[in-house]
Design a binder for this molecule. Structure first.
Ligand SMILES: Nc1nc2c(ncn2[C@@H]2O[C@H](COP(=O)(O)OP(=O)(O)OP(=O)(O)O)[C@@H](O)[C@H]2O)c(=O)[nH]1
Ligand SMILES: [Mg+2]
Length: 485
């Protein structure tokens, strides 16, 4: 089972002050090395045991909890020991040092997981998922990584590879056994199988924008004229006073950002508060406005803020000069205006067309379409108050809807392609499949040559999950076509 002669040790938790730390030891001599420093020894596998760790000279280093694993039933597939020690700077380091003194070598980054892959405990995509899980900064990324660790992506890719190898097998069958009773496999059947595989790859590649959203969050830029309440809205949305707020127009100069995860949203929202847009002679303010304009250009969605109807329309128009992203109109400070004369009646839809009409919507968020008279049709308008919190939840819901509609929400049944390595491999596979289909349709190449594209597509897919038996085409032929009959 063991793929490496050396036994490795590492601190698995971040260094520094903390209640507990985990020291990990793995390799063929893990138990022998543990025996040199752990009292009592032996410890039964998969049972926690409160023990003592002593240095070579007998000095007590700590009283940790030990967990012993016997190969192959461990993370790495090797004999292993985990020590849950007290945290801090001295204790875990001294235990690692004692284990090194007893014959272990300090592990390289990722070496435990590398061994897990080499020992067949997980494939490459799952190993990457371990890394993604540790790096996850959002619930969306956490969910995607866990699904990948559970084998969601690997199963899908293996299924795809099977499909490609299946097409290859159909052709190989034709080449190798042309005289078989079953007769030649129809060209249409081969074309249809290749096209089904290509569709599946395309569906996975199409998750790229959703994956980017899960990883980075949707960039939500809060923009508008100075003093309309952008920073107040930003603070209210993130739930703390992060951006400076004052009644002096031009308070925000640099972009201020923060990430939030609205409940149930399929991706985090990366909110960016910007300097108010206006024509300014002030050099510093002008620099801030340029930052705002750059943020607008990179936005997934823009909240164009205004505190009057005319201001709102002007903000939407101005924002649109700098972005192709969807825009949501946010009518701010709605607590300050008498609701019976100023509110829009709610049309009941954030996207359907509706005419603004005065009505008593009692300060709640009103989402409607089309700030009339501005050429801003199809812009949902949401009324909010940063002071009272009114309208904030509906605003977030609309933001999520608008981003998902434009940039794609993660589909629940298709694994997210979160890594460039996977995307490149899928793109390579798609290109090879495309080349095959073209050649096949045009009868441009002999079968055996066209099939090379399929082989290359299968190899590209294999690269995602790592080592798979590369040459099982003949096995497929015999299995599927009962050649041995
Ligand atoms: N009553 C009320 N006042 C608000 C609300 N939101 C903001 N204000 C006030 O409006 C003024 C401007 O608020 P900011 O949030 O600094 O406005 P801004 O758009 O970020 O301004 P700049 O950074 O200068 O572009 C402040 O005095 C806020 O207290 C609100 O919902 N209700
Ligand atoms: Mg501001």
């Amino acid at each position: 089972m063991t793929t490496d002669e050396e036994t490795i040790v590492a601190l698995a938790t971040p260094p520094g002050r903390g209640a507990l730390a985990v020291v990990r030891l793995s390799g063929p001599r893990a138990h022998a090395i543990a025996a040199a420093v752990i009292r009592p020894w032996p410890i039964e596998a998969r049972r926690t045991c409160w023990c003592a760790v002593v240095a070579r000279d007998g000095t007590l280093l700590d009283r940790p909890v030990a967990l012993v694993y016997a190969a192959p039933r461990s993370y790495t597939g090797e004999d292993a020991v985990e020590l849950i020690t007290h945290g801090g700077a001295a204790v875990p380091a001294s235990i690692v040092a004692a284990l090194v003194d007893a014959g272990a070598r300090p592990a390289h980054p990722g070496e435990f997981t590398r061994r897990a892959v080499l020992n067949g405990r997980m494939d490459l995509a799952q190993a990457e998922a371990v890394g993604d899980l540790v790096d996850a900064r959002s619930g969306a990324m956490q969910r995607a990584a866990l699904a990948q660790l559970d084998g969601g992506l690997s199963r899908r890719v293996r299924g795809l590879r099977e499909a490609v190898v299946g097409v290859e097998a159909l052709i190989a069958y034709d080449i190798d056994f042309p005289e078989e009773d079953d007769g030649p496999v129809s060209r249409e059947r081969i074309a249809a199988s290749a096209s089904a595989a290509a569709d599946q790859i395309a569906a996975m590649l199409a998750t790229a924008p959703a994956a980017e959203l899960a990883r980075e969050g949707a960039r939500v830029v809060i923009a508008g004229a100075p003093n309309v309440g952008k920073s107040s809205l930003f603070n209210a949305l993130i739930g703390r006073a992060r951006a400076l707020v004052s009644d002096v127009p031009g308070t925000t100069r640099d972009a201020v950002d923060a990430t939030i995860e609205p409940e149930g949203a399929p991706f985090p929202l990366h909110l960016i508060d910007t300097a108010g847009l206006r024509d300014s002679a002030d050099v510093v303010e002008r620099l801030g406005i340029e930052v705002s304009e750059r943020s607008l250009a990179a936005a997934h969605v823009v909240l164009a803020c205004g505190e009057t109807r005319a201001g709102l329309c002007a903000a939407i128009d101005r924002v649109r000069q700098h972005t192709g992203a969807p825009v949501i109109g946010v009518w701010t400070k709605r607590d300050t205006i008498p609701v019976d004369t100023a509110s829009f009646s709610w049309s009941g839809s954030s996207t359907g067309p509706a005419d603004p009409s005065p009505g008593a919507s009692a300060g709640r968020a009103a989402a409607r379409s089309g700030a009339s008279g501005t050429g801003s049709a199809d812009v949902p308008i949401v009324e909010v108050s940063a002071s009272t919190g009114a309208g904030l939840r509906p605003l977030l819901a609309i933001v999520v809807d608008v981003v998902a509609a434009r940039w794609g929400a993660p589909a629940p049944d298709v694994p997210l392609i979160t890594r460039a390595r996977h995307r490149h491999a899928l793109e390579r596979a798609a290109a090879e499949l495309g080349a095959f289909r073209e050649a096949w349709a045009a009868r441009a190449l002999p079968s055996v040559v066209a099939a090379v594209h399929l082989r290359d597509a299968a190899v590209a897919l294999e690269a995602i999950v790592g080592a798979i038996d590369a040459d099982d085409v003949l096995a497929r032929v015999f299995a599927e076509f009962c050649v041995g009959k």
